[in-house]
Design a protein around this ligand. Sequence first.
Ligand code: ADP
Ligand code: MG
Length: 439
Amino acid sequence: MATRDVENIFTDIVERAKAMDPGNARKWFDELSVLHFDGGSIGIACPDESNARFLDENCRSSFTRAAQQITGHLVTVDFVVGTGDRGASSEDAAHIGPALHPDYTFQNFVVGPSNRLAHASCVAVSQSLGQTYNPLFLYGSAGLGKTHLLHAVCHEVHHRLDGAVIQLLSCEDFVNRFIRAIEQGNITGFHSQFRTVDALIIDDIQFLREREQSQEEFFHTFNALYNNGKQIILSADSPPNEIPSLEARLISRFNWGLVARIDPPSYETRVAIVQKKAHLRGLHINDEIAEYVARQAQANIRELEGALTTIYALATTLSEPVTLELAQTALEGQIKLATRHITISDIIDVVTRHFDVRLTDLQSKRRSQSITVPRQICMYLARSLTKHSLEEIGGHLGGRDHTTVMHACNKISESHDSDPQMQALLGELTKQISQAQQA
Ligand code: ADP
Ligand code: MG
């Protein structure tokens, strides 16, 4: 196949994959390229390991389905780091260094009064490990950017110092690895893994509480690193002295360096974060929309991201640009969907009105196209918008058995993925159903 064709096909695959999974779609997907495209396999070149890992963990199925739909063949997809010269697939890469999230960089972090100190200290530490604040202790409630900052330090260090060895892991991971080392009688291996690094970064250290032996081990690890001038960074949901059952000697050590608090972001910071996150996803939203989204969630940035995903998903389904009205429909519809109950009758009402058919037609044995399509759409929507079982859904539509309902759901789901018109129709019906709910 000509290179040009391959590139065009690949662009289509990426666009389709983005539309299938808006929550994981990123602007940098546009920079991906094809390494090889032969037989039943596509090799996709990723700029670095964290991108390859992100795709491998989150996007394998959407890329595979998209590739199969676009090419019409069974295709497997591989995400490969760099130009592929090294031949390292993302699976090989998974054993080297910490699993970094490609979005969690300093560049993508919005600085405001609530996180200025935490951000500045992370930047300082990443520029001279072990020389400024040691240990650095970040704390704040969930969803305020602690993990983001820890990953950003790693990205920065990897970028600046090629051979630096960093261990970044969750407290749980640390404890589990310690327990495994004891079981396997390989404490020496454990020591050499953690006491010889340039930086040890442990996320959510509050989970160390009530684990006496692990606290003891961590205490010695801490001392070994500290005495050698190696960097230690910790995060937690509260300051050291408020972590229950944490030994006094650890509390005092955690206070030796800098303890930086992260507060919930102000409104202005939230607006800027929404803009930044939208930009990362290649989504253009104006100030009015960003301000609207920022007002929806106050205390947790993860919720702001969820809101953006919902808006993006609706815009994709309807193939419409993101307007304030669309954002409102997406979010308010979602709130109602979550708090109130959609019934199969609500769905049947909207679908029969749209297709101008009667319920008795849907329940009948008639198999003409004008009846089967609305019947199958009812089944599909009931499956995705209610918690009813296949049997119950079949019961509402003329006592059909569960395999019939399942077949209908698969059929509509396939045409949703392959036919933009069907996608738009389902989006429109869903909107009407959720609006009927709000009335
Ligand atoms: P925590 O570890 O404190 O629970 P995370 O680091 O997981 O929180 O952050 C939750 C989400 O919010 C992540 O997607 C992160 O990128 C985002 N986030 C938090 N603070 C900021 C910020 N100041 N700028 C940009 N994104 C942020
Ligand atoms: Mg976290």
